[in-house]
Design a protein around this ligand. Structure first.
Ligand code: KIV
Ligand code: ZN
Length: 422
């Protein structure tokens, strides 16, 4: 896969179309335009603004995005029917670079059970609609839906028919997230290798995450020759979501030497974009989500904290600054070590009174066992207590020694909170 000069992978963001299809994720036109502006800053190559035939509001959102956003190709989705294609064209024709995206099934299960058509009818309909779209717009993308479960020979036939009809981007979707990575890579390799005219089209992929394989399948597809990838911010999308943009972009970035690939995304805008999408969709990002989760750059255990404080390279494969985060987070918990405890005290400018180090550390551990995270405020109080005990004597405050009070968990929690917070 490696090349001497890196190959470009184009990033197609479908947060505003497939992402917004997630249950409970409705975005109005103002919210969509705000996200599109942020995607413009992020530097994605293509923004899929919506599905204009679906509602007047979505038509309007697509139209505003096409008028206001510069730099990225603006596309929107149409089924293989003229009304949908007209709606897309009406909504996006004022874009700097508009593209019509047509979807029509290719798997037998969809052709028989969803469309009630024959393979021949589907080919004919697809080719007619591609030709119609090309009569309106120079850029037409065709997505054979459910390609991951389709007969590969029929998929190849479909792809060559649509290229002959004028499609200049072919997007291979694993609509149901069914494929294994190497299977999906093989499908993409076969289509690119076998479809006549494939040199005239750009090959793209669109993976779903039903089995948690969307990013893996996307990378295998890139390895097989796909040079455009469809993805969403925070991996949102139908059911279990789509390929996560931040994961695939950082994978290309962090493993650039190995993969020999690059993309045009300004990675320092990733965190800001993720937070905006989370805020406007009202959906928090899971804390352990790769790249953008709250814990993605947080270290809680003593062993890891010690390693990171000695050199971040010990436990970080990418810099938080590269995704637009100010810093990694050292989270003080009951699993933390003394190195992290002292590091945080130093950062807070707190010097423990002479000889009070062990005592303060014991107080820290006792408190840490009662809560999820020891805060800076807690540390200030621990230090102040150790200091005042140093002057006035610990037993002099009327409390028995801390360890004598450890009767049960609740009592410990109450006692420590009382000791620290009064
Ligand atoms: O999952 C899918 O197949 C889609 C197509 C419209 C590309 O979302
Ligand atoms: Zn999809």
């Amino acid at each position: 896969m490696k090349d001497s000069s890196p190959d470009r992978v184009f990033i197609f963001d479908t947060t505003l179309r497939d992402g917004e299809q997630s249950p409970g994720f409705h975005l109005d036109s103002n919210a969509k335009v705000r996200i599109a502006r942020q995607l413009e800053k992020l530097g994605v190559d293509v923004i899929e603004a919506g599905f204009p035939i679906s509602s007047p509001g979505d038509f309007e959102a697509c139209r505003r995005i096409a008028r206001e956003i510069r730099g990225a190709t603006i596309t929107a989705l149409a089924r293989a029917v003229k009304e949908d294609i007209d709606a897309v064209w009406g909504a996006i024709k004022e874009a700097e670079t508009p593209q019509i995206h047509i979807v029509l099934s290719v798997s037998d299960v969809h052709i028989n059970r969803k469309l009630g058509m024959t393979r021949e009818q589907v080919l004919k309909r697809g080719a007619e609609m591609v030709a119609y779209a090309r009569s309106l717009c120079e850029n037409v993308q065709y997505s054979p839906e459910d390609a991951g479960r389709a007969d590969p020979d029929y998929l190849v036939e479909t792809v060559e028919t649509m290229i002959a009809a004028g499609a200049n981007v072919i997007n291979i979707p694993d609509t149901t997230g069914y494929c294994l990575p190497w299977e999906f890579g093989e499908i993409v390799r076969r289509v690119i290798g076998d479809a006549r005219g494939s040199n005239k089209a750009l090959f793209s992929v669109h993976c779903h995450n039903d089995l948690g394989l969307a990013v893996a399948n996307t990378i295998y597809a890139i390895d097989a020759g796909a040079r455009r990838v469809e993805c969403t911010i925070n991996g949102i999308g139908e059911r279990a979501g789509n390929t996560s943009l931040e994961e695939v972009v950082m994978l290309l970035n962090v493993r650039k030497k190995k993969l020999g690939l690059e993309c045009g995304v300004n990675t320092t805008e990733i965190t800001r974009t993720s937070r905006l999408v989370s805020e406007l969709t009202g959906t928090p990002v899971q804390p352990n989500k790769a790249v953008v989760g709250a814990n993605a750059f947080a270290h809680a255990s003593g062993i890891h904290q010690d390693g990171v404080l000695k050199d971040r390279l010990n436990y970080e494969i990418m810099k938080p600054e590269d995704v637009g985060l100010a810093d990694s987070r050292i989270v003080l918990t009951a699993r933390s070590g003394r190195h992290a405890f002292h590091h945080r005290l130093n950062r807070l400018g707190i010097a423990l009174a002479e000889g009070k180090d062990d005592e303060a550390w014991q107080r820290f551990l006792q408190l840490a066992d009662t809560k999820k995270e020891v805060t800076d405020e807690d540390l200030r109080k621990i230090a102040a207590m150790s200091d005042s005990n140093g002057t006035n004597g610990h037993e002099g405050n009327g409390h028995p020694p801390v360890t004598d009070q450890l009767h049960d968990h609740n009592h410990v929690a109450d006692t420590l909170r009382h000791m620290i917070f009064g």
